[in-house]
Design a protein around this ligand. Structure first.
Ligand code: NAD
Ligand code: DAU
Length: 358
């Protein structure tokens, strides 16, 4: 197998690359990533000497470079994860989201299609383009609503969600119009090792350890469905093996928690494994701040179709996953320090300016 992974230096991508190399000992993996603020070669450091793996720095929208790479590497599966991913950043400025998740993404589909067209029929038959998308394309649920599934109508409500929804539609258009063999995955909130510390869980871990306030948006009652990153990667691999061409699969962790519950769980776990020097609880650092504009209230996923067709299910409980995640961040304090570049610090100050708090 020859796997090409875009967004491979990011959080989910780097976990996927490791899993592919582990699960397919005969495989070759090419990691393709632009190394934006969210991507780092540090995330792939443990596979940098692996002869079956190579890294290429490039933009998904760079048709010339990407076609050269495709022609040389000849992948039979492409996992497409590269994107701008942080909702708060999309609220500050939607341009990079449109550029990467719509324009670059569509150029990538064109480039991949030109590659696909030139393959021999037998290679076309085993080729798959797995697109990694989000449950945010479906909008927001109330507590009483049934979870999202593959039949839920699109209703993206943030600039990030709208850009990903456009991306999903383009993927389906390329499948329907040109016959590109695509599978779309709409997934819930991931957490785990190597997640950039702008997302809720690593952000709270980092700030708790730094003795800083833990900013909970609004009243902290918004709900997310948490999926351990390795369970997501397992679903992506299952989709590459068993996913039906043209289909969409909703993937989630069946672990709904309110944001306040999550933050308090992080605090409780830290109180146990890394107590504050003066012995007080990290929960004292929680601070309720202004809400995210247009904040989606609840996401939840019904993953019955993925369970049936992909023979996959989430196997890591939120408690267990959070424990692994915390242990990883505590053992990788240097990674956390290194990844907080000047660019990130600048973003943090802009972020709080927007929130008008902290
Ligand atoms: P991330 O922000 O950690 O990583 C994104 C990666 O994409 C980075 O390495 C970045 O350098 C790269 N990238 C950005 N623009 C690029 C471009 N134009 N060309 C090439 N590379 C580019 O994101 P993540 O959390 O790992 O998410 C990966 C994918 O999964 C995204 O498509 C995201 O929408 C989707 N997703 C994420 C979650 C989640 O909870 N993290 C949930 C559902 C879906
Ligand atoms: O649902 C899948 C999506 O999950 C992915 O598509 C996105 O790429 C990913 O970023 C994530 O989006 P969210 O907006 O749900 O994740 P985030 O970690 O930014 O926030 C999770 C919740 O926590 C959300 O309700 C906002 C809240 N929050 C977040 C931060 C960073 C806070 O209360 N305080 C914070 O400081």
């Amino acid at each position: 197998m020859r796997f090409l992974v875009t967004g491979a230096a990011g959080f989910i991508g780097s976990n996927l690359v490791r899993m592919l190399l582990r699960q397919y000992p005969e495989s070759q993996v090419l990691s393709y990533d632009l190394l934006t603020y969210a991507g780092s070669l540090a995330n792939l450091a443990d596979v940098q000497d692996e002869t079956r793996h190579e890294f290429v720095k490039g933009d998904i929208g760079d048709g010339a470079l990407l076609s050269e790479i495709l022609a040389r590497f000849q992948p039979n599966v492409i996992f497409h994860l590269a994107a701008e991913t942080h909702v708060d950043r999309s609220i500050q400025s939607s341009d990079p989201f449109v550029e990467a998740n719509v324009v670059g993404h569509t150029r990538m589909l064109e480039t991949v299609y030109l590659y696909f067209k030139k393959l021999y029929e037998k290679d076309q038959q085993r080729f798959k383009f797995i697109h990694v998308s989000t449950d945010e394309v479906f909008g927001s649920l109330r507590l009483s609503d049934a979870a999202f599934d593959e039949s839920t109508a699109y209703n993206p409500l943030s600039p990030y969600a709208a850009s990903k929804a456009a991306g999903d539609h383009m993927v389906r258009a390329w499948g329907n119009t040109y016959g590109l063999p695509t599978v779309n995955i709409n997934c819930s909130n991931n957490y785990g090792p190597y997640q950039f510390p702008e997302k809720l869980i690593p952000f709270m871990i980092m700030r708790a350890l730094g003795g800083e306030s833990l900013p909970v948006y609004g009243d902290g009652k918004n709900v997310r469905d948490w999926l351990y990153v390795e369970d997501h990667c397992a679903a992506l691999i299952a989709a590459s093996e068993k996913g039906k061409i043209g289909e969409t699969y909703c993937v989630g962790g069946e672990s709904e928690r309110s944001n306040l519950q999550v933050v308090e769980m992080v605090c409780n776990a830290l109180d146990e494994v890394k107590p504050r020097v003066e012995g007080r609880t990290y929960k004292e650092q929680v601070e309720f701040v202004a809400d995210r504009p247009g904040h989606d209230f609840r996401y939840a996923i019904n993953c019955s179709k993925a369970k049936a067709d992909l023979e996959w299910m989430p196997v890591t409980s939120f408690e267990e996953g959070l424990k692994h995640t915390l242990a990883w961040y505590l053992h990788n304090v240097q990674w956390l320090d290194d990844i907080r570049s000047d660019e990130y610090r600048q973003w943090i100050s802009a972020h709080y300016k927007v929130k008008g708090s902290v």
